[in-house]
Design a protein around this ligand. Structure first.
Ligand SMILES: CC(=O)SCCNC(=O)CCNC(=O)[C@H](O)C(C)(C)COP(=O)(O)OP(=O)(O)OC[C@H]1O[C@@H](n2cnc3c(N)ncnc32)[C@H](O)[C@@H]1OP(=O)(O)O
Length: 123
């Protein structure tokens, strides 16, 4: 798995228990994974179709830097499935694991359309 972008946790990202708010982390993952999938599919015209079970493994706190790991898990005709792990950059402790995030390439009418991923041109 390759780790891409990083974010620092700020006070506005926290829940009342002073931990990173889960919904904020999920929004970041959806965005990061969509960018990753779009780079692989050679198009940013895609939608999130399905997100598998989400496992919050540990929490993050104010000032922690987290990094987003992505890898291609499955390749379909119009779909690409991404696995994502977010970890604490300093300690490498895993914070969350999402095994399958399915993105579907769509045409102008919103219908599934073949994407251009191949292992040879992986980004
Ligand atoms: C980045 C964002 O936040 S986007 C915003 C949130 N997402 C959305 O708005 C998407 C809303 N959903 C949709 O528009 C439609 O469901 C679509 C266009 C994604 C798919 O339409 P469908 O009629 O289900 O398409 P269809 O049955 O032909 O399947 C298309 C592909 O999705 C896959 N797929 C469909 N349902 C699922 C599912 N539940 N789980 C995994 N893959 C699925 C299919 O296997 C197929 O993949 P393939 O072409 O690689 O074989």
């Amino acid at each position: 798995m390759k780790y891409f972008s990083r974010r620092v946790i700020k006070p506005g990202d926290l829940n009342p228990a002073h931990r990173l708010f889960g919904g904020t982390l999920l929004a970041w993952i959806d965005e990061e994974a969509a960018i990753f999938a779009g780079c692989q599919m050679k198009s940013q015209h895609l939608v999130t179709k399905y997100i598998s079970e989400i496992n919050f493994l540990s929490s993050a706190r104010n000032g922690d830097v987290v990094e987003f790991g992505m890898e291609v898990a499955e390749v379909g005709t119009s779909s690409l499935t991404v696995k994502c792990v977010v970890r604490n950059k300093a300690t490498q402790t895993e914070i969350i694991q999402v095994d399958r995030i399915v993105f579907v390439s769509i045409d102008e009418a919103g219908r599934p359309t073949p994407h251009l991923y191949s292992a040879a041109n992986a980004a």
